[in-house]
Design a protein. Sequence first.
Length: 135
Amino acid sequence: MPSQISIQHAASWLLGVVCLLSLTGCSEKLVTVKGKVLNNQQPLPLSPTGSVQVTLIPDVPPGSPYTTYPGRADATGSFAIEEKVKPGKYRVAVEHNDPLPGTDKLMGKFSPANTKIVREIVDEKTPLSIDLSMP
């Protein structure tokens, strides 16, 4: 009959193997992203039906699969991304639809396909600061 210690050792070893094989990992750190999107240090003007969409796009090689992370800025320019994300480098898309639905008032300059804004997400303590006049 196996001893209690060898069963615990085997269980610990198996848990370690499962963690290594897991796509998400056992200790993957995810962070909440908050920040501010401005233009010339001012929030984008919003009507009651307007929307400023902020989307994080992982900066990965072309053809690699990825997930985007959307959020919405309020009238002060403050935004929070709804889902927690892995720290790393992200392209940041900004679309200003006012009224909603409508045409992007930024004319696609910062759309997911065109944005040149890149930010490094390090932790929850460092908010993203985006000024469209100085991307």
